[in-house]
Ligand binder design. Structure first.
Ligand code: ADP
Length: 301
């Protein structure tokens, strides 16, 4: 599968705040990639960097195999984005908004093309209505239609379901899946709610304070045969060294050095805890983290 976005060691500081801190990731062609983190985690800053709206202090980005710094224009021609509430003209109809934004992009859409675009985002019936009478979800979908007028391969959406009602959230979710599965687009979305992307994303990357905390496919992260556990022992630093030497793959949670995370197959749990104790590490806590939702909560508590 080819790589669409390759971001390496991105950093961006605002004063003393590390908005993005040594962040690397890859987004593959045709996937829905969810970028998940609490408010202030660094999602918008990263998206602004990807769209060349701000420069990182450090790091490299390749999109479609092109260096964003030197080939910005050609990359942006193949990218569509909605990063804040879409800027639409309330007194114009949905169709007229689309037509206007297409012209601003140097494109002249025929009546049929406009209808097709509106149909794609589920607004065919309401194309003649003034946008000021649209619900929040309809405005969001029209915003996405505007971002799609030049038929981009990559679609970047910053918190696309923010402030929407449950039906609005479902509509956006279905639209994203359609774009990906039926139109071959690669979709990068940010969200602060796991429940919104869990059913949608092929890959989830969780960030906190600008740093990557974990990344994986939903199936990897909720694999029923493996259990993710968090342990706290009497000597975590020594325990990590021992875990490595014993062939385990421990991880620490950035900013939470009192916890070690480790993935275990279910049948190994009992031998693992005996092993620990036999090697001199008493357990202060041993917490299985069995759903991604719990896991996410445990990271941000
Ligand atoms: P998110 O999108 O995940 O909510 P942001 O990327 O907006 O997070 O913000 C990350 C951090 O950077 C926050 O602490 C935020 O206050 C800070 N930040 C973002 N933009 C600016 C800016 N223009 N000036 C100063 N601090 C900023």
């Amino acid at each position: 599968m080819s790589v669409i976005i390759e971001a390496e060691q991105l950093r961006k500081k605002y004063g003393e705040t590390h908005a993005v801190d040594d962040l690397s990731f890859e987004v593959k062609k045709g996937e829905v990639f969810a970028f998940l983190g609490q408010n202030g985690a660094g999602k918008s800053t990263t998206i602004r960097i990807l769209l060349s709206l701000i420069r990182p202090d450090h790091g490299r980005i390749h999109i479609f195999g092109k260096n964003l710094k030197t080939e910005r224009i050609s990359v942006l021609h193949r990218t569509g984005a909605v990063i804040e509430k879409p800027d639409l003209y309330g007194y114009l109809s949905g169709s007229d908004n689309l037509s206007l934004f297409a012209r601003l992009n140097g494109l002249k859409l025929s009546g049929n093309e406009i209808r097709e675009q509106l149909q794609l985002v589920g607004l065919a019936e309401r194309g003649r209505d003034k946008v000021k009478n649209y619900s929040q979800g309809m405005k969001q979908r029209l915003g996405i239609a505007v971002a799609l007028v030049h038929d981009p391969e990559l679609v970047i959406l910053d918190e696309p379901t923010n402030g929407l009602d449950p039906q609005g959230i479902v509509d956006i979710r279905n639209l994203i899946l359609h774009l990906c599965h039926n139109r071959g687009k690669t979709v990068f979305i940010s969200s602060h709610m796991l429940s919104e992307v869990e059913k949608l994303a092929d890959q989830i990357l969780i960030i906190e304070k600008g740093k990557k905390i974990m990344q994986g496919s939903v199936t990897e992260l909720v694999n029923p045969d493996t259990v993710l556990v968090e342990i706290d022992t009497t000597d975590n630093a020594a325990c990590i060294r021992w875990l490595h030497s014993a062939g385990y793959v421990p991880e620490t949670v950035s900013g939470k050095e009192d916890r070690i995370r480790i993935k275990l197959s279910r049948e190994k749990i009992s031998t693992f805890s005996v092993d620990l104790v036999q090697n001199g590490f008493a357990l202060n806590s041993f917490t299985p983290v069995n759903s991604l939702e719990n896991y996410f909560l445990s990271l941000v508590q």
